[in-house]
Design a protein around this ligand. Structure first.
Ligand SMILES: [Fe+2]
Ligand SMILES: [Fe+2]
Length: 177
């Protein structure tokens, strides 16, 4: 039985994941409007990942026979000063989510809720990767302010062919996109 305090906190996290997804769509649209298709594609894909994170959490709450609350989300930032700003915002967001996920782990531990602890483990590992990916990309775009094609080339080299499905990922409600 999942602890009700954990479920409460997980329902909040569902909202943060959907917000992250919306923010990444806004980032992608900005890059598309600047004719930077690789940066756009990168963030469109990240948006789907965040949506999937939310839906994995939805599935967990469903499986726990608890009430799922699908939240509205705040309007994402869509005005950016330059090509660096959306990535800087993304890194900040990923760091915040890492803290939130660590907080979830803390609640599961305090409640002696081992199943929930195990569920959160995957997200903790995922956050390590996402923070690392975003901080590398930030370094690249910072070097590319005067020539964003450098960042485009970097993404074409390092992030093409969209990731392979992770068999250890939790099940997403309705199936992962
Ligand atoms: Fe996420
Ligand atoms: Fe993320």
């Amino acid at each position: 039985m999942a602890a009700s305090r954990f479920i409460e906190r997980l329902n909040e996290q569902i909202g943060y994941e959907f917000s992250a997804s919306q923010q990444y769509i806004a980032n992608a649209v900005y890059y598309d409007s600047q004719t930077l298709p690789r940066l756009a594609a990168f963030f469109y894909a990240q948006a789907v990942e965040e949506r999937n994170h939310a839906m994995m959490m939805v599935q967990y709450v469903l499986d726990a026979d608890a009430e799922v609350r699908i939240p509205g989300v705040a309007q994402p930032e869509s005005q950016f000063a330059d090509v660096v700003a959306p990535v800087a915002l993304a890194l900040e967001q990923e760091r915040r989510v890492s803290d939130q996920v660590a907080g979830l782990m803390g609640v599961a531990r305090e409640e002696g809720d081992f199943l929930s602890e195990q569920f959160v483990q995957w997200f903790l590992k995922e956050q390590v990767e996402e923070v690392a990916t975003m901080s590398s990309l930030l370094a690249v775009v910072q070097r590319s302010v005067d020539n964003p094609m450098l960042a485009e080339d970097y993404l074409a080299r390092e992030h093409s062919g969209g990731g392979t499905a992770d068999p250890t990922a939790p099940t997403a409600a309705g199936g992962a996109l």
